[in-house]
Design a protein around this ligand. Structure first.
Ligand SMILES: Cc1cc2nc3c(=O)[nH]c(=O)nc-3n(C[C@H](O)[C@H](O)[C@H](O)COP(=O)(O)OP(=O)(O)OC[C@H]3O[C@@H](n4cnc5c(N)ncnc54)[C@H](O)[C@@H]3O)c2cc1C
Length: 323
């Protein structure tokens, strides 16, 4: 396995559980190199329908059934809200997605007491979930090592030197040598600490220019994300983006004004020109990439298809192209 990002680790565990002997190799010194380290960890197949193809939504729904066997996931759903002055945003989002319930103020307060009195209407996607990406990546490495799978960081070898019968290439943006058109889509995020607010689930704030989500983590930490910028140059967070993220968080709940900023960060989402995931066979190597803005959501279903393809040589539900 090349790459110890979410795709590589989930595929490695899936392959191991299918009875294969597996080893994982990553160029980076530790887990913090990949896009997944800086991500939200939302598992949102229904909300992603706003910007994604039916194929992506279907993969995401399959993954929701697979995640509980791989890691600790919170299956508390997603709450979608809009600024009170823009009720049409909620109606538009409802039209573009399915599997939601329309909530009034009392139901919002019952689900998230911290938001009581703030939103008269909301959409609730009960079938969605979230996880902590950093805990999950660390946990996946632990599960792999417990299962006897060596996971090597700081790897300096070459793919051609590997004696394996088959190689899975899950290098994210590191696979540009093999996938012309693969690009990075920059996403900036913040981690903040607030003891004044408690949320049980991701809250998405719709906005025509600066949509935002807040994902609760352990011990009062919240991930606030994320920008979507067509650029794969540099990982600096700009003053403008930092300001917009924090201002919008403050719009979700004014108590975020007093939150402590723990971290600003940015990641590059690996994306193909059509923003769809790809599975490709190149000789003994199966390449899986292009997870774009839903790598956590898609990884388990893509891993099942890749491993199924390795074992049977038959395509799974994700179209696989031989080149
Ligand atoms: C701000 C932000 C928020 C996001 N929020 C969400 C979200 O809420 N839900 C969701 O589903 N997705 C989200 N994503 C998207 C998700 O993080 C990505 O889709 C996912 O990380 C892609 O996984 P990957 O394993 O393909 O690539 P990566 O996570 O980038 O991992 C690639 C790995 O390959 C390694 N590598 C590179 N080159 C080599 C080499 N030559 N040899 C060996 N190893 C190599 C790298 O070191 C890295 O560890 C978000 C992304 C960002 C940036």
């Amino acid at each position: 396995m090349l790459g110890a990002g979410v795709m590589g680790l989930v595929a490695a565990l899936t392959a191991r559980r299918a009875g294969l002997r597996v080893a994982v190799f990553d160029r980076a010194a530790d887990l913090s190199a990949g896009a997944g380290w800086r991500s939200g960890g939302m598992l949102a197949p229904e909300c992603e329908a706003e910007v994604s193809s039916p194929a992506v939504v279907a993969l995401g729904r399959r993954s929701m059934a697979l995640w509980p066997a791989l890691a600790d996931v919170a299956l508390n759903g997603t709450l979608v809200v809009a600024p009170p002055r823009d009720p049409s945003a909620l109606a538009r989002f409802a039209r573009m997605t399915t599997s939601h319930a329309s909530l009034g103020a009392d139901a919002v307060a019952a689900l998230e007491p911290a938001l009581a009195g703030r939103y008269g209407r909301a959409l609730f996607y009960a079938g969605e979930g979230h996880l902590d990406p950093r805990e999950t990546l660390t946990g996946l490495v632990g599960r792999l090592r417990d299962a006897g799978v060596p996971v090597t960081f700081g790897w300096t070898g070459e793919e051609a030197e590997l004696a394996a019968a088959a190689v899975i290439d899950a290098r994210g943006l590191g696979a540009r040598d093999r996938l012309p058109g693969l690009r990075g889509v920059k996403g900036e995020m913040a981690l903040v600490l607030s003891r004044e607010i408690a949320l049980e689930r991701p809250v998405r704030l719709l906005h025509h220019r600066h949509p935002l989500y807040v994902v609760p983590r352990r011990d009062g930490v919240f991930m606030i994300g994320a920008t979507t910028i067509e650029s794969d140059e540099g990982l600096a967070v700009t003053v403008r983006s930092a300001g917009e993220l924090l201002t919008q968080a403050y719009a979700v709940h004014p108590a975020f004004a007093e939150a402590e900023v723990l971290e600003f960060n940015a990641g590059l989402r690996p994306a193909m020109p059509d923003n769809e995931p790809v599975i490709r066979r190149v000789g003994r190597t199966i390449v899986v990439n292009g997870l774009y803005r839903h790598g956590w959501l898609l990884a388990p279903a893509l891993a099942a298809d890749v491993v199924g393809y390795m074992l049977t040589n038959e395509e799974g539900k994700t179209p696989c192209v031989s080149v």
